[in-house]
Structures are given as structure tokens and as C-alpha cells.
Design a protein around this ligand. Structure first.
Ligand SMILES: NC(=O)c1ccc[n+]([C@@H]2O[C@H](COP(=O)([O-])OP(=O)(O)OC[C@H]3O[C@@H](n4cnc5c(N)ncnc54)[C@H](O)[C@@H]3O)[C@@H](O)[C@H]2O)c1
Length: 255
């Protein structure tokens, strides 16, 4: 079996991917891992910091995933700059912690728009590009909240439940055309997603993760490794799966 100079399995070499939410956390780690494995990447984020990732293998795109044109621009950029599109990673995500009683309509809509509608829009445009070539992979970044809930995450849990069902439904629609759609169900990961709530968001997540069976939170690269697997032909028989990467949280009794 051939390997890249870095010793990795070479089955992603030469692929072209879009990664949303690429400026930070899991998305950024995914861009870095993809580049190491010879993937050309359109790195999309609403945060201008994504422009710092620019390079021979990375085309940054400053865009909001909730806008319909963003998905079209991302696919066009992949084709114009790198010639095709093989992989979409729907990773951009936000969370708001409020009880339903306290939640505004704007709160609810903001979370659903990024986590569910943004993934729908990008999946639609990606599939339209992949169908004629008869191949492709879409990886959605889900969560323990695809299945579980606790107070204050109603909008987030609803959005990740929607993402799980988008994953399953689209997987059935396109597997006959050689396109695989799967998701990773991430547990606590040391990123900046809670920075708007906590002074030290990564520190809070690291501490919170210590309560999982594995005894620690994930590093973004550990989730990126699962994303890379799902994007690769090594995952050829996975169709509509939500692969839990949560340190055992979802299988522990009472969790
Ligand atoms: N960190 C965790 O503990 C955890 C757990 C489960 C699931 N997840 C999921 O992982 C994914 C990545 O989150 P993260 O933890 O790396 O957080 P993060 O905040 O570090 O990164 C998220 C990125 O998404 C971008 N983004 C947000 N809204 C956007 C929009 N409308 N358009 C374009 N970009 C947008 C942000 O600018 C940011 O760069 C999310 O889908 C999140 O729900 C994270």
C-alpha cells in the first residue's frame, strides 16, 4: 500500500475539499491535517483570520455559511483554483446556552441557520458538483447533541439533531451515485466555541471533558483524524453513519 512522504496512507492525496468554519478549532485542525495529506482545500469562515491559512494548497474564503451564495462561491472557488470538488466538511457551528423560556427567536434562528441550514446549503451545492463525476464524500461535524440533551442547549441540540437527519437522508439519496455522507459525533473538544460565554473557553472545555470516561477532552486534531477517515476511501462502507468520537460519553450508563 502506498504511503505519502509523511508516512500517512495516501488515499486523500490530490483530493479537493471545502472545510467550513476553518479559522478555528476543529475546522482549522482539519485544514492542517488535510494539507499534510496532500489535499487542496477551500477554507471558509466568516472570520477574516481564515485568510492567514492561504498557501499553495489552501484557498481561503471569507463567507457566512448561512448565505445561499456562500456555498456557490465555495464550490466555484474549489473548481476554479483546484479543478474539482471531492470532499465537503460541514464544520462551522455556534452554540447559545439559554433555557427555552429565555431564548429569543433570533437566538433560535441564529443557531439553526449556521448548524443546520448552512450544512444544507453547502451539501446541496456540493452534491450538484459531485453527481456528474459519480464520486465524493461529505462529512458533517455533529455532536453528542445529535442524540443527547441537557438544559440550556435546546437550539444547539435541535440543530445537531437536524444535522444527523440531514446526514442520513442525503446519504440515502446519493449513495447510488458514489457519494458518501457521514458525520462525526464530537464530544468536548478544546476549542474557542464557548469564548462568548466563558473568559477561558478552551480551559472550560478541558475541565468539562475530564468528566468523560476517557478522563479528558479531545484535542481538535483527534476529531480531524476521524473527519479525514470518513472523507477517505478507507470509510467506503460507511453510509449515513454518525461516528461518535466522544471519549465514551455516549455509552456510559447515566450519561
Ligand atoms: N468544541 C466542542 O466541544 C464541540 C463538541 C461537539 C461538537 N462541536 C462542533 O464542532 C464544530 C466546530 O466547532 P469548534 O469547537 O471547532 O468551535 P470554534 O468556535 O473554535 O470554531 C468554529 C468556527 O466556525 C466559524 N463560524 C461560525 N459561524 C459561522 C458562519 N455563519 N459562517 C462561517 N463560519 C462560521 C467560526 O468563525 C469559527 O472559526 C461545530 O459544528 C461544533 O458544534 C464542538
Amino acid at each position: 500500500m502506498s504511503t505519502s512522504p509523511a508516512g500517512h496512507l495516501a488515499d486523500l492525496t490530490g483530493k479537493v475539499a471545502i472545510v467550513t468554519g476553518a479559522a478555528s478549532g476543529i475546522g482549522r485542525a482539519t485544514v492542517e491535517l488535510f494539507v499534510e495529506r496532500g489535499v487542496h482545500v477551500v477554507a471558509e469562515d466568516r472570520d477574516r483570520a481564515v485568510e492567514k491559512l492561504a498557501g499553495p494548497s489552501v484557498a481561503p474564503l471569507v463567507a457566512d455559511v448561512t448565505e445561499e451564495d456562500s456555498a456557490r462561491h465555495a464550490v466555484s472557488l474549489a473548481r476554479d483554483r483546484f479543478g474539482r470538488l471531492d470532499v465537503l466538511v460541514n464544520n462551522a457551528g455556534v452554540i447559545i446556552n439559554k433555557t427555552v423560556a429565555d431564548m429569543t427567536l433570533d437566538d433560535w434562528n441564529a443557531v439553526l441557520a449556521v448548524n443546520a441550514t448552512g450544512a444544507f446549503l453547502h451539501s446541496r451545492e456540493a452534491v450538484r458538483a459531485m453527481l456528474p463525476q459519480g464520486s465524493g464524500a461529505i462529512v458533517n461535524v455533529g455532536s453528542y447533541a445529535c442524540f443527547q440533551a441537557f438544559p440550556t442547549i435546546a437550539a444547539y441540540a435541535a440543530s445537531k439533531g437536524a444535522l444527523a437527519q440531514l446526514t442520513r437522508t442525503l446519504a440515502l439519496e446519493v449513495i447510488g451515485h458514489g457519494i458518501r455522507v457521514n458525520a462525526v459525533g464530537s464530544g468536548d473538544t478544546v476549542t474557542h466555541i464557548l469564548d462568548h460565554i466563558h473568559d477561558d473557553g478552551p480551559g472550560f472545555l478541558a475541565e468539562h471533558g475530564s468528566g468523560t470516561p476517557i478522563g479528558r477532552a479531545a484535542q481538535p486534531r483527534e476529531i480531524a483524524q476521524v473527519i479525514a477517515f470518513l472523507a477517505s476511501e478507507q470509510a467506503a462502507y460507511l453510509v449515513g453513519s454518525i461516528v461518535m468520537a466522544d471519549g465514551g460519553m455516549s455509552v456510559a450508563a447515566g450519561s
